[in-house]
Design a protein around this ligand. Structure first.
Ligand code: CTP
Length: 131
């Protein structure tokens, strides 16, 4: 049985921190599936509409060599359903979420990866706005 890894994120204004976390997630199994958060979910949770639409963010993530499948994450509360639906063996999250998803360790392994230092979508948007 192939080992399926699942991860989630907005992946707006795609940057090298996003690439690295997806490469490291993929290395933990045979198949990487990525839940890309819906525009409406971002607006609700981050109070900001993403720069790139959910269709664009999905297309970018889907095109990556290390990504085998993508889907839209409509709500944070559906994580358990997504994990089960995709038969994920491993849930990978950035360590900004450390400890927050331990409740899923009954259905899969939960791994938190260190974030790439000094880069984020928010910082890029602020940097560009200041130019
Ligand atoms: N990530 C990472 N290193 C970074 C930035 C993000 O490993 N420097 C990871 C996050 O931990 C998450 C995934 O990339 O697992 C998607 O994160 P996302 O929230 O979309 O990106 P950010 O750049 O953190 O966006 P924002 O500034 O809007 O919070």
């Amino acid at each position: 049985m192939p080992r399926t890894v699942i991860t989630f994120g907005t992946f707006d204004v795609f940057h090298v921190g996003h690439l690295r976390v997806l490469q490291r997630a993929a290395a933990l199994g045979d198949r990487l599936v990525v839940g890309v958060s819906a525009d409406a979910l971002n607006e609700r949770k981050k109070g900001r509409v993403p720069v790139f639409s959910e269709a664009e963010r999905l297309a970018i993530v889907e095109a990556l060599k290390v990504v085998d499948g993508v889907f839209v994450e409509e709500s944070l509360e559906q994580k358990r359903d997504y994990i089960l639906e995709h038969a994920a063996d491993v849930l990978v999250m950035g360590d900004d979420w450390a400890g927050k998803f331990d409740e899923f360790s009954d259905v899969c392994e939960v791994v938190y990866l260190q974030r790439t230092p000094a880069i984020s979508t928010t910082a890029i948007i602020e940097h560009i706005a200041d130019l």
